[in-house]
Design a protein around this ligand. Structure first.
Ligand code: ATP
Ligand code: MG
Ligand code: MG
Length: 529
């Protein structure tokens, strides 16, 4: 076998898939349609796409829809949309349910070969027997008896059928507990969102995954590391069922501090009304982080950077936001916002407002120009004003230097301030470069929103309940005024406010105000966390 040429790509990691043949690799991303995609799923999706592209192979998007109690069409559509947001398009879109008949036939053959048996041991007792390495009393049923129960009772969802499951006959007491006769089929009378009430039995993940991987021509199945114990079982299934071999490649799960990555838990926040929806900016969903200002490229770079690591990680969010910052910084136009402003009178400033143009980004002319207003009435931040003293020379950013001519202070706070331009002064020599705006009726009110994590604990341990660690307050709003150019920004635009950070427009200016979300930039100690 020959390893394929790596695709030219900015972000790449040095790792190969075993026995990969260029042009013949098939990977698959198998989400269960039981919620929206989160950043952990994004990792799996991006890695599968990465390898498919690297080897000029194919990527299958497979909806793993074998549990009708949890799945809905709504989620299938949402997941396709999420993948589109990530720039991921499979070569084929399939469903595990496409293979219900084939899987059923394979299970029948499995029984005929003496590799499976029907068991009605109550769940609790089955668990105990499995723990203790004790054989089920049903383990030695005859093929005829097993077939009769599977085909006549379980398949029809009868009372007797509902009490049964089908188990692979692998081992009673293997050290690897995943080999202790795992369940391969069970009954469920809930109608399936695609097949309706045609089926009353459904394959388990342990059976469905190897079988469908093999049927669909998957060459390399990527699985998160906690399934590693199951790899032997996966291979056993393929061998016992006489199916084509598939390579399994383990990768690490990604976790973030103070973050829940589980569709079920995220659903709880949605149901409780603790978030506005699956695209809430506090959510680690693909939609949530995008809304918060994560770029697709930043997310992908982050995932590829994590690529080969097999450690289970509990990452700090600052890592991914720092990677994102590298992507957005060169393309984010610069604007100005003033929070808690005080008027500064510029004694020799223009009496009538002057309109000038400035580049939106000093190092990226492609972004074009913006309008800058000059006036004799300016607005600067109170906090900045409080640091100044009479006679001090400072810089008005993108205009020039000025010298404080008058300063009235009350209780340490500046209440009145005037200055004179000193445009021949050297801006490199001043200590303070202040942001400012012409105080005109073209100032644009903006609401700036910052967020905290939904839970207070870095990692919720086994046995702990996340509901005991909810952060009481997670949304913080403040009001500022911005330059007039901000009126033209559209929802989704990402910008920088000079000296403040990066922001994403969540609601464009509506005549009254615009709403902007702060985009974290990876600085660990930040007002905006
Ligand atoms: P959830 O509990 O959120 O539903 P899941 O693993 O049950 O997670 P699936 O829809 O079955 O969700 O997973 C689809 C793919 O995403 C699988 O390959 C799974 O291993 C992978 N995946 C899920 N969570 C993570 C994670 N935190 N890190 C990496 N990959 C993940
Ligand atoms: Mg799952
Ligand atoms: Mg799950």
């Amino acid at each position: 076998a020959k390893v394929g040429q790596k695709k030219e790509s900015k972000a790449s990691f040095d790792i190969d898939l075993k026995d990969a043949i260029d042009g013949q690799v098939v990977t698959r991303f198998p989400p269960e349609p039981s919620g929206y995609l989160h950043i952990g799923h994004a990792k799996a999706a991006v890695l599968n796409q990465y390898f498919a592209e690297m080897y000029h192979g194919k990527l299958i998007i497979r909806f793993d829809d074998t549990n009708p109690s949890k799945e809905k069409v709504e989620y299938t559509n949402a997941i396709l949309k999420d993948l589109e947001l990530l720039g991921i398009k499979g070569d084929r879109i399939t469903h595990s349910s496409d293979y219900f008949q084939e899987m059923y036939d394979i299970a029948v053959q499995m029984i005929k070969d003496g590799n499976a048996y029907a068991d009605d041991t109550p769940q609790e007792k089955m668990r105990e027997e499995r723990m203790d390495g004790i054989a089920s009393v049903r383990r030695n049923r005859t093929v005829e008896e097993n077939l009769q129960i599977f085909e006549e009772e379980m398949k029809k969802g009868t009372e007797i059928g509902l009490k049964h499951c089908l188990r692979a006959k692998i081992s009673v007491d293997a050290n690897n507990k995943t080999l202790r006769d795992p369940v391969v089929y069970r009954c469920n009378l809930t109608p399936h969102h695609r097949t309706g009430d045609k089926w009353k039995i459904y394959p388990t993940y342990d059976f469905c995954c190897p079988v469908v991987d093999s049927i669909e021509g998957v060459t390399h199945a990527l699985r998160t590391i906690e399934y590693r114990d199951r790899n032997t079982q996966y291979e056993w299934m393929l061998k016992a069922l006489k199916l084509r071999r598939v390579h399994v490649w383990d990768f690490s799960r990604v976790n973030f501090v103070r973050t829940l990555l589980s569709k079920r838990k995220l659903q709880w926040f949605v149901d409780q009304g603790r978030v506005a929806g699956w695209d809430d900016p506090r959510f680690p969903t693909v939609r949530g982080v995008r809304r918060r200002g994560m770029s697709v490229e930043g997310l992908r770079n982050f995932i590829i950077a994590q690529g080969p690591s097999k450690n289970i990680l509990n990452l700090d969010w600052s890592l991914i936001w720092a990677i994102n910052k590298k992507v957005i910084d060169p393309i984010s136009p610069r604007y100005t916002a003033i929070e808690n402003g005080i008027e500064l009178t510029l004694e020799d400033g223009p009496a009538d407002v002057v309109r000038e143009t400035r580049p939106k980004h000093k190092k990226n002319a492609d972004l074009g120009d913006k309008t800058m207003l000059l006036s004799c009435k300016l607005l600067i931040e109170q906090d900045d004003a409080d640091t100044l003293s009479e006679g001090e020379e400072f810089t008005l950013m993108d205009w020039g230097n000025a010298i404080v001519t008058k300063l009235v202070r009350k209780d340490g706070k500046v209440t009145e301030i005037a200055a004179k331009l000193h445009l021949e002064g050297d801006f490199r020599k001043t200590e303070k470069k202040l942001t400012w705006l012409a105080n005109t009726d073209e100032l644009t009110p903006v609401e700036i929103v910052t967020f905290d994590h939904l839970i207070t604990k870095d990692k919720i341990e086994e046995g702990e309940n996340f509901e005991d660690y909810l952060t009481p307050e997670t949304i913080f709003t403040s009001q500022s005024v911005a330059d007039l150019n901000v009126r033209d920004l559209k929802e989704g635009d990402v910008i920088q406010f000079e000296r403040k950070g990066y922001f994403r427009i969540d609601k464009a200016f509506d005549g009254k105000k615009a709403v902007l979300f702060n985009v974290p930039d990876g600085k660990v100690v930040s007002k905006y966390g």
